[in-house]
Ligand binder design. Structure first.
Ligand SMILES: Cc1cc2nc3c(=O)[nH]c(=O)nc-3n(C[C@H](O)[C@H](O)[C@H](O)COP(=O)(O)OP(=O)(O)OC[C@H]3O[C@@H](n4cnc5c(N)ncnc54)[C@H](O)[C@@H]3O)c2cc1C
Length: 168
């Protein structure tokens, strides 16, 4: 008998099992494939987004920025790789610059820390391999990269060690 059943062992289901394993709840994760993280979570781009993209005022915008802050400690706790690389959205002309300015404004509304629009020497010092046709970029230092399947697997493993159950 289980208090709670989670259907699907992608990164969301595994995160839920991990969080619930801290409580006195009997939780069971059911995954239709032969391991967790066999769906979208095994092969996405692995970007820990800074949060300038979601529409301001939405739950996604709030959770993106909050999650970006929480991921660092989570990865340390799970002993998995996380690189806070920062990200650049680059523009090649005035139309791109306007798009980048809109992204920046959304980032301000969403509370993205330390983002700025950069160009010239500052930009090429940060990424020397950029095309010299790039005229500006939105730089968000809080963005990072992660292996999404590793995140899902590590959470599922820790959850099971802590009493959570998983059936594939
Ligand atoms: C090309 C691409 C690039 C992306 N890049 C990024 C990125 O850089 N950064 C980012 O944050 N997000 C990115 N995303 C989004 C991210 O991958 C998803 O939001 C995330 O993986 C969703 O996780 P999930 O657990 O909800 O779903 P999934 O990973 O799809 O997991 C669902 C699981 O449920 C299982 N399942 C389905 N039906 C049943 C059933 N009836 N019974 C049991 N199990 C079932 C499936 O087998 C699967 O394992 C990207 C997505 C795509 C497609």
């Amino acid at each position: 008998m289980n208090d709670l059943i989670i259907i699907g062992g992608g990164v969301c289901g595994c995160s839920l099992l991990y969080e619930l394993s801290r409580y006195k709840i009997s939780a069971l994760l059911l995954e239709k494939e032969n391991d967790v993280a066999c769906g979208t979570s095994k092969a996405n781009s692995g970007i820990v987004h800074a949060g300038y993209d979601p529409e301001p005022g939405t739950v996604m915008a709030r959770l993106n920025v909050e999650g970006n802050i929480l991921i660092e400690k989570l990865c340390t706790d799970l002993d998995i790789t996380y690189k806070k690389t920062g990200s650049l959205v680059v523009g090649f002309d005035e139309t791109d610059r306007k798009t980048i300015e809109k992204l920046y404004e959304k980032g301000v509304k969403n509370g993205v820390p330390d983002q700025k629009i950069i160009s010239g020497e500052e930009l090429f010092r940060l990424e020397p391999n950029l095309s010299r046709e790039v005229v500006c970029a939105l730089y968000a230092p809080s963005a990072g990269v992660i292996a999404p399947w590793e995140l899902a697997l590590a959470q599922a493993e820790c959850a099971v060690q802590g009493g959570g159950k998983s059936r594939t």
